[in-house]
Design a protein around this ligand. Sequence first.
Ligand SMILES: [Zn+2]
Length: 247
Amino acid sequence: MHRRAFLGLLAASSLSAMSNVKQEDNAVWLDQKQLSVFLSIQKKLELVKRAVGYGHFNILSFDDMLKTATRYSKIGQFTKEELAFIEEIFYADPSEHGFYGKRTMPTLTTNINKKEVMKIKHTGHYLFRGHSDESYNRVISDVGNSLILTSGVRGIPKQMNLYFNKIKRTQGNLTLASRSLAPPAYSYHSIGDFDIGKKGWGYKNFTVSFARTQEFWRLRQLSYISMRYTINNKDGVRFEPWHVKII
Ligand SMILES: [Zn+2]
């Protein structure tokens, strides 16, 4: 019933391109009351991203996101209802919908310190100075420059943007969305992990095809990095061969 209501709302706002989603038993869905407020937030996050620029949005703080929305009349201030929904999602325990990873961002106002990160040329992404950027450079020199950073540091609005877009694509299924994207407070991208892929591969870098590349096999031989989300990992996240954990 929730799924139908959600699809109805999407149709009403002329949004389509839905993927085929298998209905899982015990899956948690957004309820009917939450749907319109969810869609409104999802849209605002997209507009804020456009307003501040894709690169900068990666490390934008929650407060700066709110300020940007208020400043642009096309976006508009976040309403009390929207803020309450965001808080609910942020502080909820996601193990209820199948995500068992650890919390990496304690509060909504936990920020990425701009002094601690650096922009990586030609990628639009950032890495933490020190351990992360040194490991990345080592990977490139050991495996070769056919590899590139595909996602680095993510602040709370960025992770929320990715998570909400995924919920939309799964037609409101929080369980399914949380299998492929950590909820906003739970991303290891906020504390040092990053994604790498093959140059020119685009979206394919975020599929199991990446595990069949020569680059991937060379990555597996490096002692200073490992894979965060292996097959059947305890966090409940799908297999992600592209997601690098630093040792
Ligand atoms: Zn990742």
